[in-house]
Design a protein around this ligand. Structure first.
Ligand SMILES: [Zn+2]
Length: 192
């Protein structure tokens, strides 16, 4: 009897971006607002494989044994290069205050170029990054997208942080605050 072992050296499967766009369009058409959570769930399931690839890539390209060992100073450059090479698009990281990491992508694969949407809609990515950064930080991480090319913004911006930090942020935004205002980054009045 031979069981197929799960090999960490299996090459990652690449699907074109049209697959993701079509999946979202079909789910939104048939399930409405629930589409977001289906896509997040699917993305979350992909985090482990992507993280395993990242670990192997870091070892090969930087000689870093485990991703958590990577010096924070080099995190943004490493992420940007890895995600660009993996087909998602360059992703840079910067701290926004003490508890939130902003992940910015000017040309993210899940975003559509038409820019007609009303809300940020890279749902699959939110799930994927939540699992990925949870593994990287060895804790629970929540991810929320606050700017999105699919609704006409210049970039997609994902905020990552502890679940309680992000739910506080979400509550403030639901009350009309901008995310910058909710994070205490802007002193001006919220645009509402
Ligand atoms: Zn987006």
């Amino acid at each position: 009897m031979s069981l197929q072992p799960t090999s960490p050296s299996r090459p990652g499967l690449r699907l074109g971006r049209r697959v993701i766009h079509q999946l979202r369009a079909a789910l939104e058409r048939d399930t409405g607002l629930q589409a977001a959570s289906y896509l997040q769930e699917a993305g979350f399931a992909g985090g482990e494989e992507l993280y395993t690839e990242f670990a192997a890539w870091l070892r090969a390209s930087r000689g870093v044994e485990q991703p958590p060992d990577l010096d924070a100073e080099y995190l943004s450059a490493a992420l940007s290069e890895f995600f660009a090479e993996s087909g998602w698009g360059a992703l840079s990281a910067q701290a926004l205050g003490p508890a939130v990491l902003a992940l910015d992508a000017a040309e993210w694969a899940e975003a559509v170029d038409e820019g007609q949407g009303e809300f940020p809609s890279c749902h699959l990515t939110c799930g994927l990054l939540a699992d990925f950064f949870g593994r990287l930080s060895e804790g629970l991480v929540a991810v929320m997208e606050v700017e999105c090319r699919s609704r006409g913004d210049a970039r997609c911006r994902f905020l990552a942080g502890a679940p309680e930090t992000l739910s506080t942020l979400y509550e403030r935004m639901a009350q009309g605050s901008s995310y910058a205002g909710a994070l205490g980054l802007s002193s001006g009045p919220s645009a509402g």
